[in-house]
Design a protein around this ligand. Structure first.
Ligand code: FAD
Length: 326
């Protein structure tokens, strides 16, 4: 589908992106200037934070750029599965903790002993995320004048050539900005229903989790999600292979942060390595029952592992000698 020269409003983009995401098989979208016969200075493979901003910068310097992304929108994983949902969940957690602190006082409702549903919050995010996607497509096309191909998986042919469906594009440089994906821990039971990471929670949560959440990992993402689960009223256990919150280098600040979370009911297990998740594959009214095993046995109903993330430079990439990080 060639959209060069067509004016897309933000709301037209929103409908378009929503339709493409829902169908899962809509055709590529080409926004390429047919009247510009200059060679591309760079093709950015991946139009996330790295690719879109890099391309916009080079274009502002006078270069000709092409961005290719497999999603029907620019902006990448941040607004789709990463930063933005976790900011929404953090905001919900802050609001809920305020309500719990003042539960039944002043104008606050009685919230103690109540569990708040997670599924509608995830659905709220899922249904609203096409707004930012539309905004970024609009800005990229109409305001930044970027050329792009969306909804198209690209294949690298060589250091100067990219293939998208039947079309090939050449550039003086290729910039690989393919992002990262979660590394799934290699332990038995990791594929069981009820086991999530930040991507699959946003994409696949289709039931209301039970009343206990075990979070594997003690870094930024894990702690933020843990605070959210805890604020919804679930028992929340953070299991960290080493020290939790080691990103806070100052011991006093770290101890204070953990103490505050413990005061809010969160439980911490440090120096504990995940070895297996056991489940009976039944998902009844009560939720999904599993045992999480390291030194102890726990029964719980909801499990979240933090994102160990791996770059995607290697995937399907011929030896083109990319200067990673440069
Ligand atoms: C839960 C979570 C919370 C986070 N919170 C924050 C935060 O609060 N603040 C912050 O600054 N950062 C945060 N981050 C980090 C931030 O999301 C990433 O640093 C950022 O999204 C990386 O951008 P990127 O362009 O490198 O990759 P991405 O945004 O992932 O972009 C890569 C793009 O490449 C495309 N692509 C991949 N393969 C192909 C292919 N073969 N063909 C075509 N296209 C392809 C993908 O569709 C994608 O659009 C968070 C991350 C996570 C996981």
């Amino acid at each position: 589908m060639d959209i060069w020269g067509d004016y897309f409003t933000i709301s037209k983009w929103q409908d378009f992106v929503a339709g493409a995401l829902e169908s899962g098989s809509s055709p590529p979208i080409f926004n390429i200037n047919p009247n510009d016969d200059r060679e591309f200075d760079a093709i950015y493979l991946g139009g996330g934070a790295a690719g879109r901003f890099g391309a916009a910068y080079l274009r502002a310097l006078g270069g000709r750029v092409l961005i290719i992304d497999r999603w029907p929108f620019l902006g990448g994983s941040c607004p789709h599965q990463a930063c933005v949902p976790h900011h929404l969940f953090s905001d919900c957690a802050a609001q809920l903790m305020l309500e719990r602190t003042f539960s039944g006082k002043l104008w606050f409702q009685e919230l103690n002993d109540k569990t708040v549903s997670i599924k509608p919050i995830v659905e709220l995010f899922r249904s609203g995320r096409t707004g930012p996607h539309a905004m970024m497509n609009y800005q990229s096309k109409e305001q930044l004048g970027l050329e792009f191909v969306l909804n198209a998986e690209a294949k690298i042919i060589n250091a100067h050539t990219i293939q998208v469906n039947d079309s090939q594009f050449r550039a003086k440089n290729l910039v690989l900005a393919l992002g990262a994906k979660p590394i799934v821990p290699d332990v038995p039971g990791i594929q069981l229903k009820g086991v999530f990471n930040s991507q699959s929670l946003v994409e696949k949560l289709d039931y209301e989790p039970g009343n206990t959440a075990v979070v594997i990992g003690g870094g930024k993402t894990a702690i933020e999600y843990g605070c959210f689960f805890n604020a919804t009223g679930r028992r929340t256990i953070i299991v960290a292979r080493h020290q939790a919150m080691s990103l806070l280098k100052d011991t006093e600040s770290r101890s204070y942060a953990i103490l505050m979370m413990e005061e809010q009911g969160m439980e911490f297990l440090e120096n504990a390595e995940l070895s297996a998740i056991q489940g009976d594959a039944r998902q009844g009214k009560e939720g999904f029952h599993k045992n999480f095993r390291w030194h102890h046995h726990y029964r719980y109903r909801f499990y979240f592992y933090r994102d160990w993330r791996a770059g995607q430079f290697g995937a399907g990439c011929p030896n083109i000698g990319p200067g990673i990080g440069r």
